[in-house]
Design a protein around this ligand. Structure first.
Ligand code: PHE
Length: 422
């Protein structure tokens, strides 16, 4: 689009210089030196000559016939200026105006900016500054007391904070981290730790099975595991006394606990003394409710060394709990297929004013260690991370912090400091 330049505006208002010259000459003849005093004389002279309105004879300027008649007619250049002013455009007519620098090309933005003149303006834009329009507008005052727009910058998920805290505690206690796959064979999830092949926990009601089979490990390990299940092998036990079926062990599943990682590590060969831990996702085929989801996370640690016993296990669990601010700990015997004895550990939460049951633990059975040639005692404990997180953050349901029904508002607003105070 085109608008008049400052010069164009001026000529539209005061007429073009060549017309003004003709007007003067129509009153009386002027010498060139006299005419020089007129405004914009050089421009006037150039265009009056070009239009053949004037002649110069011996330094005196005179109007020609067409010069005399132009004052009664419409001068096209002036007409064009009027047209531009009223918003009409014609590329052909524009040419002369452009060469005379009476119009210029403008962007729509600039035009919009021009419309702001005399109005109240909220935003200071580059166009307002560049065009000089800022001189002719009234800026709206900033209300510095108006509340800002709420922004939600990146924030750690509360569960991630708990993972980090657990990792920190284990590392502080001298444990190294281990990792393993989410998709497992029944072998590593169950057989390797002496869970009998007819154990109810293997049921599809509890475990998510996948189609297809996985590979069994090293022949020697498989042979030792088979033997320990069938006869007790060299563990000193009589075993389960049922035939061990490799096809059952090959079944693929989603791991139900991180103990699969522990047994991969044990079978892979460890140098004792050895302290390892694992944090990871686990899956259980159970109905979901306030405290259960089919996916959640486990943390577990084991220590393999001489002279470990139930007292050392209790001692480790006590110091582990104390790192989370739970100083009073109680134990109760329970059952795991792969530990004997097995202990459940309760910690007293001052904040909640009650005992919370969190840790499951035990000493691994000889039948679960002899296939890998491990002769030293191995103590271990594990727990569900979401449960710990729920105690820390005071959530009523696991669904508030994990899964697709997560409460976004809660996740955005939960108090990061709680973890430290707990
Ligand atoms: N695997 C156990 C569970 O799922 C935790 C555990 C780990 C228990 C190691 C004893 C030893 O609860």
């Amino acid at each position: 689009m085109y608008v008049l330049t400052e010069e164009g505006e001026k000529y539209l208002k005061n007429k073009l210089p060549e017309i003004n010259l003709v007007k003067e000459l129509s009153k009386k003849e002027l010498s060139v030196s006299e005419a020089k005093k007129l405004e914009n004389f050089n421009i006037a002279l150039q265009w009056a000559k070009k239009n053949q309105w004037i002649e110069i004879e011996k330094g005196v300027m005179k109007l020609t016939e067409s010069g005399k008649s132009i004052l009664e007619k419409k001068y096209e250049v002036e007409e064009y200026l009027k047209e531009i002013k009223s918003g009409k455009f014609d590329e052909d007519k524009m040419k002369i105006l452009l060469t005379r620098n009476l119009v210029r090309n403008v962007t729509e933005k600039e035009l919009e900016t021009k419309k702001l003149i005399g109005k109240e303006v909220v935003d200071v834009t580059p166009e307002i500054i560049r065009s000089g329009v800022w001189r002719d507008v009234k800026f709206k005052k900033y209300n510095v007391e108006f509340p800002g727009k709420k922004i939600y910058p990146g924030k750690k998920h509360p569960l991630n904070l708990v993972f980090e805290k657990i990792r920190e505690v284990f590392i502080e206690m001298g444990f190294d981290e281990m990792q393993g796959p989410l998709v497992e064979t029944a072998f590593w999830n169950m057989d390797s730790m002496f869970i009998p092949q007819d154990h109810p926990a293997r049921d599809i009601q509890d475990t998510f099975y996948l189609s297809g089979e996985g590979d069994l490990p090293d022949k020697k390990i498989v042979k030792n595991v088979k033997e320990v299940h069938e006869t007790g092998g060299n563990s000193g036990s009589k075993g389960w006394n049922i035939k061990w079926v490799p096809e059952i062990a090959k079944q693929l599943l989603l791991r139900t606990h991180t103990t699969s990682v522990t047994y991969r590590t044990l079978a892979g060969g460890i140098e004792t003394p050895c302290k390892r831990f694992c944090i990871g996702r686990v899956f259980r085929n159970e109905a979901s409710d306030a405290t259960h989801l089919p996916e959640f996370h486990h943390a577990e640690g084991f220590i393999a060394a001489n002279n470990l016993n139930i007292r050392t296990l209790m001692g480790f669990i006590k110091s582990f709990y104390s790192k989370f601010g739970l100083d009073e700990v109680k134990f109760k015997f329970n059952y795991n297929p792969y530990t004997e004895p097995s202990l459940e550990a309760f910690g007293y939460s001052e904040k909640l004013g009650r005992w919370i049951e969190l840790i499951n633990s035990g000493i691994f059975r000889p039948e679960s260690l002899s296939p890998y040639g491990i002769k030293v005692p191995v103590i271990a404990w594990g727990f569900g991370i979401e449960r710990l997180a729920m105690f820390i953050y005071g959530n009523k349901s696991i669904k508030e912090i994990l899964g697709h029904t997560c409460d976004l508002k809660y996740l955005r607003n939960y108090n990061l400091l709680k973890l430290e105070k707990w």
